[in-house]
Ligand binder design. Sequence first.
Ligand code: FAD
Length: 417
Amino acid sequence: MQKFSGLSLFAKAFSSHKGWEPQWRSPEPKAAYDVVIVGAGGHGLATAYYLAKEHGITNVAVIEKGWLGGGNTGRNTTIIRSNYLFEESAALYDHAVKLWEGLSRDLNYNVMYSPRGVLMLAHNVHDVQSFKRHVHANRIAGVDNEWLSAEECKAFCPPLNIAPGMRYPVLGGALQRRGGTARHDAVAWGYARAASARGVDIIQNCEVTAIRRGPDGAVQGVETSRGFIGAPKIGVVAAGNTSVVMAMAGVRMPLESYPLQALVSEPIKPVFPCVVMSNTIHAYISQSDKGELVIGAGTDAYTSYTQRGGLHIATHTLDAICELFPQFRRMRMLRNWGGIVDVTPDRSPILAKTPVAGLYVNCGWGTGGFKATPGSGNVFAHTIARDEPHPINAPFTIERFRDGVLIDEAAAAAVAH
Ligand SMILES: Cc1cc2nc3c(=O)[nH]c(=O)nc-3n(C[C@H](O)[C@H](O)[C@H](O)COP(=O)(O)OP(=O)(O)OC[C@H]3O[C@@H](n4cnc5c(N)ncnc54)[C@H](O)[C@@H]3O)c2cc1C
């Protein structure tokens, strides 16, 4: 693998950027692998990387129907935080934050992790009570989260409007200083490059169309648009399409799929120092390194597989953004897009073995799985390699919806970015 360093960048800059090698291999699929991962998003690629790095399993294929990172990984607003209410969730997401902190060095690829702080605004008494509860629960669990008054929110994020009498008054906020953003494309590319260097085959433009099971019910491999590929272990990491892929093995998932959308403004000079989220309004905003304001909206109210959202959802979000940050009122929006998110009844993910031998599933991240990418891949690789969950993902089973052992972040937050 071509190593990146300050010196190599400098040398390439002075030789007209000639001689850069492809960052990952694009091999023809082999007849069989030890493990097949369906879906080359961040989670699938991270799973393959940790299978190779931490478990020595390198005979792995990641099969992607489009191009790698072209699903939700390349469509999200990149908010990273771990201040979830329940201990199970905080442990999972904080495992990811700890990996984010060293990820660029681990992958030798700059994923631009930027812990600039995530501020979650409270607009009513319920928000205040709920966020203070989160702050206390997080502190007990050893996860950083602090309560700020409205004035302290303004000091942390100067463009914020805290004038009284607004439709969405700011009563305070919960701040996680280790929260922030990372560059989504770089995360996919960094994991792809590092996994490929360890022997993982990344097969793009190859759709999984069926999952073949043997007489004993165990998986035997996947039918794809490029032929059959055998594997005794299959990990489905196909956010947005999980129900469709799992149905190929006869497994019905407790998921609903919704469009979720985002948009960016024209680029401007740095004015926005942090990430601000408002769960009540369902608007969130940060500024990218290119200068664009990156704005996230809510899910549509109905299930769909169209990768676009309703216009009224975006305009509602922009109304709220304009009230919270009046100086952005005259800005023009450049692009909007959508992705399909798989949502579980308790708004927590499923990272687990399934009733089918050799079949594993990583899904249900809803509107907030980007932040979990390294931690999710790390514990899912463990689950596949050892055929048993890592202690961190042990609670995130499919069976919890049968047994009632929910991790109810839905009731806790109503949003999970
Ligand atoms: C608009 C938007 C904003 C978001 N904002 C945030 C945020 O701020 N913070 C946050 O933490 N999360 C956010 N999310 C959620 C986050 O993007 C996802 O949870 C996360 O990226 C899921 O990653 P993944 O690798 O599981 O899925 P994906 O990146 O979607 O990868 C799944 C892949 O599977 C492939 N696939 C599907 N079916 C098949 C098949 N049959 N054969 C082969 N391949 C297949 C798809 O093509 C896709 O590339 C947002 C999502 C959206 C849409």
